[in-house]
Design a protein around this ligand. Structure first.
Ligand code: ADP
Length: 183
């Protein structure tokens, strides 16, 4: 069973929901950099204070900061993991490769959860998080298309990518993901 996974896809595609379900089902460590950053903001830590304004604008938090969060969680962890929302640009992908080779581990599958921008915007507007107003959403999508989407070709060229249609019910999408994981 594949148990070192990345979830890739635009904001609003349902990565968080699916990642949580899958991680619970298969006993994987679920690492959502967005959730971890929001927890830091809530806690009022120095890291959180640094990240808060950047997140509110829909920009990416610095690579060093995010990498430090991921490193601290993966180091010393035995067993499978599911990275959700990381890497988000080519520099983060490179840093992840370096970290994984240091830990003597490798990505087993990258699941791309994809959906049209129009559907994404509707979903995000309905979610009501503080960074979910229309202007910031449009900006997050443009950051996704500019910085994160190039990772699709990167992982596809390595033969690691499985694309899953993100339209439909939570159950339908879960079974599509299960199908690519078990194939
Ligand atoms: P969404 O999928 O809706 O964009 P996330 O929870 O994944 O939501 O991310 C929310 C915000 O957290 C992003 O807009 C960004 O500011 C920050 N963030 C999350 N992950 C990363 C990352 N890997 N690198 C930089 N910033 C990140």
């Amino acid at each position: 069973m594949k148990q070192r996974l990345l979830f890739l896809g635009p904001p609003g595609a349902g990565k968080g929901t699916q990642a949580q379900r899958l991680a619970a089902e298969r006993g994987l460590l679920h690492l959502s950099t967005g959730d971890l950053l929001r927890a830091e903001v809530q806690a009022g830590s120095e890291l959180g204070r640094e990240a808060e304004a950047v997140m509110a604008r829909g920009e990416l938090v610095s690579d060093d900061l995010v990498l430090a969060i991921v490193r601290s969680r993966l180091e010393g962890h035995q067993g499978g993991w599911l990275l959700d929302g990381f890497p988000r640009n080519p520099a983060q992908a490179e840093a992840l490769d370096a970290l994984l080779s240091e830990l003597d581990q490798a990505i087993e599958l990258v699941v791309l959860l994809d959906l049209d921008d129009t559907v994404l915007i509707q979903r995000l507007l309905g979610r009501g998080r503080t960074d979910d107003n229309e202007e910031v959403i449009r900006h997050r999508l443009s950051v996704y298309h500019g910085q994160t989407a190039p990772l699709i070709a990167h992982y596809r060229s390595r033969g690691q990518l499985a694309a899953v249609d993100g339209a439909g019910s939570v159950e339908e999408i879960s079974s599509r993901i299960a199908a690519v994981l078990d194939s």
